[in-house]
Design a protein around this ligand. Structure first.
Ligand SMILES: Cc1cc2nc3c(=O)[nH]c(=O)nc-3n(C[C@H](O)[C@H](O)[C@H](O)COP(=O)(O)O)c2cc1C
Length: 201
């Protein structure tokens, strides 16, 4: 599949069969996904990879305890056999932007000096690449936010306190029988002319 074909085929999958992924798959795809650009070539994004029942169950117990699952609209999401949580490490960016070729940016001292937190930009880029790689493999995925669970996930899985994440990618074999579009997914894509502003907004 070409990149264009993968982009055209990609839709968020929110219901998975419990079938595990091939042993080699996640390492290979995450390795490819981290070839996305990073600011100043910081390479300051690291990945929490949760695979198999124990690790995935532990994630859901941390973020969506069983007593809150009753009204959860996407129970099939919890069957995904793997979750990848990218974390950007701000201190890596501050250190890199203190180096000689970057110090003039004034971004080497304090996170508050960053108009855009590039550690989150870079982490999100890696997840977009991972989504395309997953679809290329004929698998499905859903990117979703951590909402107010980010600190709990850091604590549960030993992630450094300073690390920040844009969200989680659930990966697995789509459960074709249970797939149904969300309200968000069924929104019509805007015509290009309404979003592309040529020469002037
Ligand atoms: C930053 C971000 C956060 C998202 N959070 C959620 C989420 O919490 N739950 C969910 O079911 N989908 C989530 N999605 C998936 C979007 O709802 C989905 O991409 C959108 O509806 C478009 O549908 P499509 O991916 O099938 O094209 C998120 C997507 C992005 C980019």
């Amino acid at each position: 599949m070409s990149v264009s074909e993968v982009l055209a085929a990609r839709r968020t999958c929110r219901s998975f069969a419990p079938e595990p992924l091939a042993d080699w798959l996640l390492d290979e795809l995450v390795d490819k996904a981290r070839r996305t650009p990073t600011a100043g070539n910081c390479q300051g994004v690291e990945f929490l990879i949760l695979e198999g029942t124990d690790q995935v169950t532990s994630f859901w117990d941390t973020t969506l305890p069983s007593d809150r699952r009753g009204g959860f609209p996407w129970p099939g999401l919890l069957s995904a056999p793997a979750l990848v949580v990218p974390f950007g490490l701000p201190e890596v960016y501050l250190k890199r932007y203190s180096e000689n070729d970057k110090v003039a940016s004034g971004m080497g001292g304090d996170k508050a000096d960053w108009a855009v937190p590039y550690w989150l930009t870079d982490a999100a880029f890696s997840m977009m690449a991972l989504q395309l790689l997953v679809v290329e493999q004929g698998l499905g995925c859903c990117f979703f936010g951590l909402f107010d669970n980010e600190a709990a996930v850091r604590q549960r899985f030993g992630v450094p306190d300073t690390a920040r994440s844009p969200g989680v990618l659930a990966i697995g074999h789509p459960d074709e029988a249970a797939l149904r579009p969300s309200r968000s997914s069924s929104r019509v894509r805007s015509p290009l002319a309404t979003v592309a502003h040529r020469g002037n907004w």
